[in-house]
Design a binder for this molecule. Structure first.
Ligand code: GUN
Length: 295
């Protein structure tokens, strides 16, 4: 089998176009509806700067005002918390996103918990996380990457209900909410992670109809671990050195693309798969926040 490539750029463009249309329609009725996202970036990580720039551009194209607050690497946790509290109180700000990862000396959980639940467009604060895990819960904001993966599965008519799904990775931002969303969609979900043994990885992967990988290991998953016809979603964004490139590095996923594409039925490329969907889901969350804050 040769896998069909899932075109995340195309689906993301569709979502972003729908959002822009929605913004224009809403503004036609409510002249002072101005969705506004603030992104906080601490430090100067090159990957974070790239992601933040992409979010800014996509937001502006969709009619969302976006401001980036760049803070120095040495900022204290208290100063960062104070900055977030100011934004929580600013009535013009609809959405607040703190770009992760944060420097080692700052407790990420403490920071993401400080964002006002009504502005928590990353869906990482306690209210949104709690709602996601409750029976009949009603999370206003779902974390952007898992939300984007669910949109891709739906756009490609993947049968989630009744499937065996494997999620590799158990981070707060991708692995855990991803497992929960697949579970809510009636998949039977197995969570694998860095402490799973090679035997466990291969055993569960060989039975998985859907694989979502977010373990951050370059080209780790091989085609012969995968069930014939599986749907494979690669969330990995790993930079490996490549002297043939001017930048000296190249972005690859968690999957060995060539061998996995010979076994899977559908596969996301890296780049151009999940990444654009993370951005599109963020914009969707900003509009949800802006509409709720407007009423
Ligand atoms: N770093 C990588 N992806 C994300 C994301 O979706 N949200 C935030 N806040 N930081 C990230």
């Amino acid at each position: 089998m040769v896998a069909e490539k899932i075109d995340g750029k195309e689906v993301a463009l569709k979502v972003r176009t729908r959002i822009h249309e929605e913004v224009k329609k809403f503004q036609a009725v409510h002249k002072n509806f101005n969705p506004y996202l603030t992104i906080i970036q601490v430090g100067d990580r090159q990957d974070s700067s790239t992601y933040v720039r992409m979010k800014l551009k996509a937001a502006q194209e969709a009619g969302i005002e976006c401001k980036i607050i760049k803070l120095p690497e040495e900022i204290t946790e208290f100063e960062l918390l104070t900055q977030i509290r100011h934004l929580n109180e600013d009535v013009n700000v609809d959405g607040i996103l703190v770009q992760l990862p944060l420097p080692e000396h700052i407790n990420e959980g403490k920071i993401t918990s400080e964002v006002d639940a009504n502005k928590d467009v990353d869906g990482l604060g306690p209210a949104n996380v709690g709602e996601l895990y409750k029976k009949g819960g009603n999370a206003r904001f779902l974390p952007c990457t898992p939300k984007g993966v669910m949109t891709l599965l739906s756009e490609y008519n993947v049968q989630v209900s009744g499937s065996n799904a494997v999620v590799l990775g158990r981070s707060d931002i991708v692995g855990k909410p991803m497992s929960q969303l697949l579970n809510q969609a009636n998949a039977t979900v197995t969570s694998l992670h860095s402490r799973s043994s090679p035997e466990q990885l291969q055993f569960y992967l060989s039975k998985a109809d859907i694989v979502v990988s977010a373990i951050g290991k370059s080209e780790f998953i091989k085609g012969d671990w995968i069930k014939e016809g599986a749907v494979v979603i690669d969330v990995g964004t790993n930079f490996i050195s490549d002297s043939s490139r001017a930048s000296g590095s190249r972005l690859v996923g968690d999957c060995d693309f060539k061998s996995v594409s010979e076994k899977a039925s559908l596969l996301t490329p890296v780049p151009g798969g999940v990444g654009p969907m993370t951005v599109a889901s963020l914009l969707d969350n900003v509009i949800i926040a802006a509409k709720a804050n407007f009423e």
